[in-house]
Design a protein around this ligand. Structure first.
Ligand code: 6R9
Length: 649
């Protein structure tokens, strides 16, 4: 039996106590497809609405009229649902456990305290001029104030746009320009793995660009107390913004379809897109998936190791868990600091029941051998989760056997920034797992595989992954550019949402995501557009042309391989390779650092001038035997040259 055929059946004891067992999964799934109105109409009641909805689903995937609305005549407030409604029953229970970068620093915040902090900061924002509909940019470390700021925006009806702390000043600036954001919330510095990250300095640099014109206020949380520049007319300390301010703040009544947040993500072409998520459907879906996919039970400590700068942090550190009244752990640091066993140590210290992390983190631990987990017992763990990229069966097995002591099911959750919440995953009490497969769809989700012409393929097969109908958590548009939304997701295959992922379905109907079929890379679970990196490269004077592809990388999943044609007068020297790597870090951020830069006199192109990436990918992966059809190349000798010069790794 091959590794991929291995099945881990559902544990009957777990199933007996789970929210969803197999029979219930099947019955609910069927109902969600047969009667989406009835199904979601019922599920919507898990939230508190100011004005209840009468209309449930109003969605069209017709490319001439893409229109997605859920619960459209209801009103509610996301922060109210994450805080106020829990106060009577569990006001004194812990909402957020914060674990600092330094293991001696931690903090527990109850729902009552979090409510107070959010209200106070919401009033602080208002005092500085923030109002409903404003876009507020967050560039924050992983501290409770990041969640407070998100919820405070939601409370007053402002739209947050969180920019991951690893992005560069240029990336912050372009997101501010695209969203017309008027307030930025940041921190003096961040702290990760003992290193200080100059967050405020990066914001200053972003705002120094004359094209960035809309920002009136920068609110600065004091985290490290490090030295920073100060601009009196613009900068306000977080502690000053809340000083003497009331801690009572009514929650703004929002329509279900009012935007809750924008989150930028990379695509195959152009600059990152600001995905627009709205309030009602998103929160229903985040809360429901958090409860069922992780089988979350009241009182359990749940830890998602993502950063709030990504969709995983939005839906499964902040909104889903807090809407459910859960205890969510927020970790400031990195899994390998100060010791390589830190992740397990944090599980023991806070008695974590559910651990949701990324394959790249598992592989990084695995590379250090079995003993890396010896400093912890991890007896409290009950469920493990994986997200961000395909998990290879070896890493799955190691995650299960070593981290989970062979006791805990792994929910491999497939989803995207665009989907708002988890779409394919094995509910732990209902669906047997196969290492490497995300398994079966969540309620209301209708995956299908299509060939390149858009014909739906039946049975065990492989194809492009599409979704046939909407679910409440789906992104509604691209901020300021609905045409691009339609073009990107609904035009390739008419009447379907195209995910950009390739996928296989086996005889049991299980889905196995095979990776992106477009020019999007997945580096350590982070999405990177090749076009974005290429345009950063050609902005350097030494670069005449650049082509970027991914190649298999043991820890990161994919590494970044850049082919560069130098401009006249530049020599292919090692120093220049290093300089170009630094350049991309400055233009986009450290997560986009190329792993390898190869200078080349030419690139393989078709006679019509299109770069043949398929060939570049093969060369980067060292698979030069099976280059496939090269007959359409304008100049086949380029390929031999590229292979000769291929970098040794
Ligand atoms: C949540 C998130 C989305 C892309 C997606 C796919 C890949 C995510 C996966 C997975 C295989 C999984 N992806 N989860 N591939 N198995 N369990 O990661 O969102 O950053 O937008 O990335 O990540 O390729 O299309 P996002």
């Amino acid at each position: 039996m091959s590794e991929q055929d291995k099945v881990y059946p559902v544990n009957p004891d777990l199933a007996a106590k789970a929210w969803i067992d197999q029979a219930r999964y099947e019955q609910m799934y069927q109902q969600s497809i047969d009667d989406p109105e009835g199904f979601w109409g019922e599920q919507g009641k898990r939230l508190d609405w100011f004005k209840p909805y009468n209309k449930v689903k109003h969605t069209s995937y017709d490319p001439h009229n893409v229109d997605i609305r859920w619960f459209e005549d209801g009103t509610l407030n996301a922060a109210y649902n994450c805080l106020d409604r829990h106060l009577a029953e569990r006001g004194d229970e812990v909402a957020i456990i914060w674990e600092g970068d330094d293991p001696n620093e931690d903090r527990k915040i109850t729902y009552r305290e979090l409510h107070r902090e959010v209200c106070q900061f919401a009033n602080g924002l208002k005092k500085l001029g923030a109002k409903k509909g404003d876009v507020i940019t967050l560039y924050m470390p992983m501290v409770p104030e990041a969640a407070v700021a998100m919820l405070a925006c939601a409370r007053i009806g402002a739209v947050h746009s969180v920019v991951f702390g690893g992005f560069s000043p240029d990336a912050i600036g372009s997101r501010i320009v695209n969203s017309n954001s008027n307030i930025v919330i940041t921190s003096d510095e961040g702290l990760r793995g003992g290193k200080r990250i100059p967050l405020k300095e990066n914001v200053d640099e972003a705002l120094a660009n004359p094209e960035v014109k809309t920002v009136e206020k920068v609110i600065v949380l004091k985290r490290t107390g490090g030295d920073i520049d100060w601009h009196d007319h613009r900068d306000v300390w977080y502690h000053d913004a809340i000083a003497g301010v009331s801690d009572e703040c009514p929650a703004e009544e929002m329509n279900a379809e009012d935007p809750l947040f924008i989150l930028y993500t990379s695509g195959s072409t152009g600059a990152p897109k600001g995905l627009k998520h709205t309030t009602g459907g998103y929160l229903v879906y985040a809360a429901m998936t958090h409860q069922y996919v992780f089988d979350y039970k009241p009182g359990e400590v749940y830890w998602c190791t993502a950063d709030v700068g990504w969709i995983t942090g939005h839906s499964y550190i902040v909104y889903g868990p807090l809407a459910n009244g859960a205890t969510t752990l927020m970790f400031e640091g990195v899994p390998s600091y100060p010791t390589s066993g830190r992740m397990g140590e944090v599980c023991d210290k806070h008695q974590v029941s559910i651990l949701y992390t990324a394959p790249t983190a598992v592989r990084a631990l695995m590379a250090q051998g079995e003993h890396v987990m010896d400093s912890s017992k991890r007896d409290s763990l009950r469920i493990l989760g994986s997200v961000g990229e395909p998990i290879n069966p070896e890493a799955w097995e190691w995650f299960h056997r070593v981290i989970g002591n062979g006791r805990c099911p792994i929910v491999d959750t497939w989803w995207q920034t665009e989907t708002g919440g988890i779409l394919i995953a094995p509910l732990p009490g209902a669906i047997a797992q196969k290492p490497g497969s995300a398994t079966l769809p969540f309620f209301g989700v209708q995956p299908a595989l299509v060939d390149n012409e858009g014909h739906i393929l039946e049975g065990a097969t492989e194809g492009n992954l599409v979704l046939l109908d909407s679910w409440p958590g789906q992104g509604r548009s691209i901020w300021g550019d609905h045409d691009r939304f339609v073009q990107t997701y609904f035009s390739t295959y008419k009447g379907m949402y195209f995910t950009g992922d390739g996928c296989r379905r086996d005889d049991d109907g299980y889905y196995w995501i095979t990776g992106r079929v477009d020019d999007v890379l997945n580096v350590s679970g982070h999405r990177m557009g090749t076009a974005e990196i290429e345009s950063a490269m050609v902005a350097h004077p030494a670069v005449a042309e650049a082509a970027v592809v991914g190649f298999p990388h043991d820890i990161k999943g994919q590494g970044i391989y850049v082919y560069v044609i130098l401009a006249d007068g530049y020599e292919p020297e090692e120093d220049l390779q290093k300089e170009l790597v630094k350049w991309v870090r400055k233009e986009i951020g450290p997560i986009a650092s190329p792993d390898l830069v190869q200078f080349t006199p030419g690139l393989p192109k078709t006679r019509s001038g299109k770069i043949m990436r398929r060939i570049l990918r093969k060369i980067a992966a060292n698979e030069t035997d099976g280059l496939g059809d090269t007959s359409t190349l304008a100049d086949p000798s380029v390929v031999d040259e590229l292979i000769d010069q291929r970098l040794n790794r």
